[in-house]
Design a protein around this ligand. Sequence first.
Ligand code: BDP
Length: 562
Amino acid sequence: MSTSPGGSPLRPQTNECRLAFDLSGVWLFRLGEDEGDWSGAVPVGVPGSWNDQVPGIRDEFGPAWYERRFELPPGVLPLGGRDAAIRFGSVCYSAEVWLNGQPLGGHVGGHLPFTLACSDALREGENVLVVRVDGRLGRDQVPPGLVLPANTHGRVFHPDVSYDFFPYAGIHRRVDLVVTPLGGIHDVLLVAAADEDGAVVSVTVEAGEGDVTLALDGEPISSPHRVGTSALWSPSSPRLHRLEVELRRGGELVDRYVLQTGIRTVSVAGDQLLLNGEPVQLRGFGRHEDFPVLGRGTVSALGARDLLLMQQTGANSFRTAHYPCDEETLDIADQLGLMVIAETPAVGLYFADDDTPRRQEQVQRSLAEMIARDRNRACVIAWSVANEPRMNHPAAAAALVELCDAARALDGTRPAGYATDLPEAEGVGASDVVFLNAYPGWYRDPGRLDAAGPALADALDRVYERYGKPVVITEFGADALPGSHADPPAMWTEEYQAELIESLLRVAAERTFVVGAHIWAFADFGTAQADHRPASVNFKGVFTRDRQPKLAARRLRELWQK
Ligand code: BDP
């Protein structure tokens, strides 16, 4: 886990005991090996990647330096019985941080938060926060870059990544100054066990000395606590509750934490995926965090637009491909009742070089950080520990089994698995639900709309015969250049994409063991340059990069709204 005051994984919040002071906004930025002089620095927006924000440095990955000056809100100093820290929602790829010249520490790996203690460095007046961000690619990183051709899927990109999205760098999510009580509430875990009458909720609180009290929606409760069926969270009724945890010492309120969450269970029974004991079918998309100018920087408006469009299209779920998504997007998913497969940043794993052990350690760390961050989320219904790992090495299967086992050991309340394009490979059986990526009619039998359905049917039936587990098709689809049309449908046109998606959804619907289908992708997204990526964009989006519908979006609305 990341360093923090006491290492608490709780998300920052503001109340009478806690402060989360948002440091997002305009920061100073410069590229350079050493901190050096800031005279050439330019203003940039945080959150945001630098690549498409600062002209002329698209393919620069650092190191880079960020600076933010701030004054404290009232009442922070003296800290007294409190601790201060800086919390970063995500920095890609690694960060080192100083406050007023004092080193606070750092973090490796994007898309996940880390918290660095800063009590001794804070001062009255102006505070200077400096962050060194290194986004350079490396084989020991997750996802790995600079991968030798033998260990890739055979596509050549510039910059040299083995995965199909641009390796944006920068401070990608909110940054907060966080003040919390010493010896306060360290962690809260809510677990539900559903039955016919509703659910029994168990709350575990890790806290310093004192008396802990719980209230659910304003009513005092003790753990375990029973709720009725109407209290449960589901896509058709995304009921959220307010769990208030208070810590008192000698009668005095020391700390208070409010967890906004839904109550529901997820399980696998035979070839079905169950939500609150009832079979559920996932309809939706794989979604990247990607937008012009922002790169991989997140803003809640985009999260809202995306998830509202998904819901309008009739989707009930998405996968956070290929990394854990922003916390505000998960807030929106919780509120809308969208089910989420949360994925680690482990795309493009391979097992054939000296960097493998370090890379695998980093995957394990990211997995632990993701689960610590998201385990109270109602919307998160499954963990995907990796996407399309290369399975051509004897160590591969064991490594994937280990990752799935690690996910289940960290959280026994959700199914775990990994998205695979090689369903016959050893190790796939480690998934509780088989997550299958398949591109009939595109990479396989290109241009053959007639052959795609039978090919998918065959692949699905073989997977089921072999594992007897529920299957989610986590990727299928076709690129469509917006505004490109052909009759009869031809590859890269909107007609071809719409027809292919419709015919493959039909194949999925004919099989009860197929418990979900996620189209790749929700929206077009930026990639590195390659001969198969016109204008450095993957056009498999059902929506354009600026979130306008293609023909397939309208077709899906007809199909899914039924
Ligand atoms: C899949 C990958 C995904 C790619 C997609 C594609 O999992 O990251 O974007 O192919 O090529 O195999 O569109």
